[in-house]
Design a protein around this ligand. Structure first.
Ligand code: HEC
Length: 302
């Protein structure tokens, strides 16, 4: 099949196969690299936010709470609760920055004091996982949300301190102002060592992933353009330097073969094709001389 192909067709076919193969390999490799990169980016974003929220919690329990409780005769304020301050700080972040609208933070709890912390179906499944595997310290995954794909990090909330039970064991033990504000129905009955919920941070992944996909398309388009330019250039050079001169030589050789010894080769480059033309030219001169001699020998006999 390839026997009947012209030089340019052969070169183009070979280069095109390299182009297609090369582009596929590059696309697969770039896909892997970009995927790892976006996942890294999303994960670190979520981790920073998670650690920031934990710092807010820490600050509240180590600085705000002792100061407020000791320096005043206030028995209780939600502002001294780490869960409350972390959630409020995060809501402020979301409210003031439209670009963080799709970020979520929740201390999802099966039986919470504040009902806005009640675990939904998805969060319940995560909390169950933590309860069934007490050694599990973190779950990370993607999930679909209203605004597209979200990446989340979840960590268990375990009651490790006796002091927590002051407000979370029975309404009788809790400060009256807590009961007054949150009621007696929920947020009680927690046990020491129990996993009561999960701290979950969700960050949007859709935008970062589609940006990565866009970069992939742009990179592939640039590489394809370079490849195609190379193919066109090779085609042009091949035509200009090889195919056209060869066609000329063929034409002259055909003229000579039917007896037109005046046909001559054009001035050609000094490359291999030029040498070929030069060799043909010399052959033609020798041929002409031989013909001349022959006709001189033959004439007197006539
Ligand atoms: C002074 C009483 C008090 C103490 C002590 C206390 N909590 Fe709470 N906790 C609350 C109140 C009130 C809320 C609800 C805050 C809000 O409005 O968001 C809360 C909320 C929470 C939440 C969020 C879920 C929910 O119930 O709304 C978690 C998780 C939590 N507490 C864990 C703990 C842990 C762990 C400790 C011990 C280190 C602890 N709490 C100690 C009163 C207390």
């Amino acid at each position: 099949m390839f026997k009947h192909w012209k030089l340019r067709q052969k070169f183009t076919a070979i280069l095109l196969s390299i182009l297609i193969l090369g582009l596929s390999v590059i696309a697969i490799a770039m896909g892997f690299i970009l995927k790892a990169d976006t996942e890294n980016q999303i994960t670190s974003q979520a981790l920073i936010l998670m650690e920031t929220m934990n710092s807010v919690r820490e600050y509240t329990s180590s600085q705000v709470k002792p100061e407020l409780i000791e320096r005043s005769n206030i028995e209780f304020l939600p502002e001294i609760i780490p869960a409350y301050s972390a959630r409020e700080v995060f809501e402020t972040l979301r409210k003031n920055n439209p670009e963080y609208r799709d970020f979520f933070y929740k201390e999802a709890t099966l039986n919470p004091s504040n009902l806005r912390d009640r675990a939904n179906q998805f969060e319940k499944v995560i909390i169950e996982k933590f309860i069934q595997n007490p050694d599990l310290t973190q779950i990370t995954d993607f999930r679909s949300g209203a605004g597209g794909q979200l990446f989340f990090i979840a960590r268990p909330i375990q009651i490790t301190k006796e002091s927590c039970l002051q407000c979370h064991s029975t309404p009788e033990k809790a400060p009256p102002s807590v009961v007054e504000r949150y009621g007696t129905k929920n947020g009680f009955g927690w046990q020491l060592g129990e996993i009561v919920g999960a701290q979950i941070i969700s960050v949007p992944a859709q935008k970062v992933m589609s940006q990565a996909r866009q970069s992939l398309v742009v990179i592939m388009a640039i590489i394809a353009m370079v490849f195609i330019s190379v193919i066109l250039l090779v085609n042009y050079l091949l035509n200009h330097n090889v195919v056209r001169p060869l066609k000329q030589i063929v034409k002259v050789a055909e003229e000579v073969s039917i007896g037109n010894l005046d046909a001559d080769f054009e001035q050609l480059n000094e490359d291999e094709i030029g040498s070929l033309a030069e060799a043909f030219r010399r052959m033609k001169v020798s041929l002409a001389m031989a013909m001349n001699r022959l006709s001189r020998i033959n004439r007197p006999e006539r």
